[in-house]
Ligand binder design. Structure first.
Ligand code: ADE
Length: 232
């Protein structure tokens, strides 16, 4: 039977889902509260992982080990890495990578974790298509893009840093959890997709834009996730 794990890093990225859910069980692990129940008629586990790659990886492994989820969706906000992707638009991951991994000294491409044999972790094609189609239905006024999500333990708010990430990785958006959720899902053979609404442009305006737009962006991404659950 399908059971979908839904991860948001921050409370505002999951609070609407928690409200909409019929909760059967609450489990605390690694200082995270996992809510198990049904959401839009679908068996789900909703959890706030906390910010950053370590929290997100831990959270994903717990979803695999203790809840045996069959699919993983990461919902939240991100900084845009493309001129045409504006605040409020949505990016659905085709794949995800760590922009802050660098073992080039031993011949690995920038971003590749040694000895895994893959630079970017591919998202599940079917989940990607479902997310894109659902986005057009739920949020017809919002543009939806499919592309690479890049993650690191840094909030990007500098044009120079942003441009370096774009040159090196050709990402569509940048955030702080997606690649480690993807990495953990990949190692556990669980299909995943990352859905991120743009809250800022990851440049010198990010510090101003982020607080103004994060709430609306987070709500849009969560609404899309809720809508796609029955068709997974
Ligand atoms: N999440 C939202 N905006 C971000 C940014 N600019 N950098 C990293 N994570 C983000």
């Amino acid at each position: 039977m399908k059971k979908v794990g839904i991860i948001g890093a921050m409370e505002l990225e999951v609070e609407a889902l928690k409200w909409a859910m019929q909760i059967r069980r609450r489990v605390e692990k690694a200082s995270m509260e996992f809510l198990e129940g049904t959401l839009n008629g679908t068996e789900t586990v909703v959890v706030r992982s906390g910010i950053g790659k370590v929290n997100a990886a831990l959270c994903t492994q717990i979803l695999c080990d203790c809840f045996e989820v069959t699919h993983i969706i990461n919902t939240g906000v991100a900084g845009s890495l493309k001129n045409e992707i504006n605040i409020g638009d949505i990016v659905v991951s085709t794949d995800a990578l760590h922009h802050d991994v660098d073992v080039r000294v031993f011949g690995y491409p920038l971003g590749e974790v040694p000895q895994l044999g893959c630079l970017a972790f591919p998202a599940d094609d079917r989940l990607v298509q479902l997310a894109v189609n659902c986005c057009k239905e739920v949020n017809p006024d919002i543009e939806v893009y499919q592309g690479r999500v890049v993650s690191g333990d840094q909030f990007i708010s500098d044009k120079g840093v942003k441009n370096r990430i774009i040159e090196n990785f050709q990402g569509f958006c940048v955030e702080m959890e997606g690649a480690s959720i993807a990495h953990t899902a990949y190692l556990n053979h669980v299909p995943f997709v990352i859905i991120r609404a743009i809250s800022d442009k990851a440049d010198d305006s990010a510090e101003m834009d982020y607080p103004s737009f994060e709430k609306a962006a987070a709500v849009h991404s969560a609404a899309l996730v809720e809508h796609m659950l029955p068709v997974i």
